[in-house]
Design a binder for this molecule. Structure first.
Ligand SMILES: Cc1cc2nc3c(=O)[nH]c(=O)nc-3n(C[C@H](O)[C@H](O)[C@H](O)COP(=O)(O)O)c2cc1C
Length: 362
């Protein structure tokens, strides 16, 4: 195994922020900080989760994984369950609708030693909801108690859920779901502050999230549109939530988990510079090499992340097109190295008004 060390200079910056983290417990699960990496399909693989833990995420969740795929022994699905032994506070997220199938899948998942298992109850994607999974679970409240209890019976580790505010504006029912979850021994509820009908449009309804968290008995993790360190920092200072989850924010700023811990409005510039990003990319690349055999898989995974990381740096558009023309890993890394190291001490200015990744599985 390679070491996880960055250069002394970058590690010192990271450590300075990491020292500001306050560990928390949600139910029985320990997190290094209340800022947790949210599940993202196609992104929250072991290399990315490891990287985000290195960069201060208090815990992580896998991408959504099909219970039916697991039970059918589908190799690609089974591969998605893998957890790197260096991962610390990792949960596996399952999607599905049938209590028995979900409970059977839990038994397989458990062999990988996750710290918790999470149910995807927020995915708005048609293919998932037409089968009754993802956010469709929020419509069938009476079906939830058997689902939760059968999964709990199969699990030795805690069970959590990730929901939306409701199916649509008329069907806001997170509070009712929290009640069922609490009665069935679910450990916490993560909530993305949009309805299923909203998909990714409009803004996350933080007024609702805060009211919901205030009235809830279970710990609540708030999520949605926390894309800038100063938003995360102010929400963290003044929230009824026990923790916050960040998804898209870390794709353009992988240091968001650290920077949000002590954002200084008088000095808003990020301490992390262009050349730091290259070290992060090298580390990610290394984790990918350890995790995957196929160069093509690594190229596809690494290239999209590298391009997101460039957002807000000078000449990012030109860099992006060069990256997408590259055919090999060596070539991609060379282009990334020239670009990010060439940025040296330059900082980035992300245009947060631009639409970014308006779709996902939760
Ligand atoms: C590309 C992408 C994939 C996602 N995949 C999942 C998923 O597998 N499971 C899940 O519960 N949510 C998933 N989500 C939803 C996020 O976890 C999060 O709830 C949502 O993006 C809002 O948070 P954000 O504004 O911090 O991005 C995904 C989101 C995106 C953008």
């Amino acid at each position: 195994m390679h070491s996880r060390a960055f250069s002394k200079e970058l590690q010192a910056k990271i450590d300075k922020y990491k020292a500001l983290r306050n560990p928390i417990k949600l139910g029985d699960v320990h997190f290094e900080s209340p800022l947790i990496l949210a599940p993202m399909a196609g992104i929250c693989t072991p290399p990315f989760r490891l990287l985000m833990e290195d960069l201060g995420a208090g815990g992580t969740v896998s991408e959504l994984i099909s219970a039916h795929g697991i039970n059918h022994g589908n190799q690609r699905t089974r591969d998605m369950l893998k957890i790197d032994e260096r991962e610390e506070n990792i949960g596996i997220q399952l999607f599905g609708e049938d209590p028995k199938a979900m409970a059977d899948a839990c038994e397989v998942v458990q062999r990988e030693n996750p710290k918790f298992v999470d149910i995807n109850m927020g995915c708005p994607v048609r293919k998932v909801v037409t089968k009754g999974g993802g956010s469709a679970l929020m419509k069938e409240i009476e079906a939830l108690a058997p689902l939760f209890s059968q999964m709990k019976k199969a699990l030795d580790v805690p069970l959590s859920i990730k929901i939306r505010t409701g199916w649509d504006a008329e069907g806001i029912n997170a509070d009712k779901i929290e009640e069922v979850a609490r009665n069935e021994g679910v450990e916490w509820v993560a909530i993305h502050g949009r309805t299923r009908a909203q998909q990714y449009t409009g803004s996350a309804n933080w007024d609702y999230i805060e009211e919901f968290a205030k009235g809830a008995t279970l710990p609540i993790i708030g999520n949605g549109d926390l894309h800038q360190p100063h938003h995360v920092a102010s929400r963290l200072q003044d929230t009824n939530c026990s923790a916050l989850m960040i998804a898209r924010g870390c794709l353009r700023n992988p240091f968001i988990f650290l920077e949000s811990l002590c954002f200084d409005p008088a000095n808003p510039e990020s301490p992390f510079k262009g050349k730091d990003y290259f070290e992060v990319i090298e580390r990610y690349f290394q984790y990918c090499l350890e995790a995957y055999d196929r160069e093509r898989t690594i190229l596809i995974q690494a290239r999209k992340l590298i391009v997101w990381f460039a957002a807000g740096f000078p000449n990012a558009a030109k860099f992006r097109s060069l990256m997408f023309q590259s055919q090999t890993l060596d070539e991609s890394m060379k282009i990334a190295q020239d670009y990010f190291q060439g940025l040296g001490e330059r900082g980035k200015f992300i245009n947060y008004d631009e639409v970014f990744m308006n779709g996902g599985h939760g």
